[in-house]
Design a protein around this ligand. Structure first.
Ligand code: ZN
Length: 135
């Protein structure tokens, strides 16, 4: 089951500048910063009520975030839903005809197992499923 929007991922060019902006917007500092080597991204996370905001900056030109910004500019990159059983959800969505970017979950930031659905099946919106690793 897709339980709730867990976080919204925002692609940014200059994390330092964006952090200053979101610090002012949300009146707080990030609770976490983390490099995800497999994706070549630097991330920071803010808590906003029950949801989170993830800022993502590319660390290499071949990073998906760098490619996204080249094509579409900065902005909302993905919406992540919390799921109770990511393997079961991926199977359900595949059966329902959704194209999966990741057939099996992988390690994401913030202590999560994650997987993405292809945006061509979801009105151009990149959807992430995420599940707490120590669940
Ligand atoms: Zn995310």
């Amino acid at each position: 089951m897709l339980e709730k929007i867990e976080h919204i991922g925002i692609a940014v060019k200059d994390l330092e500048k964006s952090e200053a902006l979101f610090n002012a917007l949300l009146n707080q500092t990030p609770y976490k910063r983390e490099v995800v080597e497999s994706e070549s991204v630097q991330t920071v996370f803010y808590q906003s009520g029950p949801n989170k905001i993830e800022l993502l900056q590319a660390l290499a030109p071949e990073s998906a975030i760098a490619k996204y910004i080249d094509k579409k500019g900065e902005g909302i990159h993905h919406i992540a839903f919390a799921v109770d059983d990511i393997v079961a959800e991926l199977a359900r969505l595949k059966d329902a005809g959704f194209q999966l970017i990741h057939e099996t979950p992988k390690e994401g930031a913030d202590g999560k197992l994650i997987a993405f659905l292809h945006p061509k099946d979801t009105n151009g919106v990149l959807i992430e499923l995420c599940m707490d690793k120590n669940k």
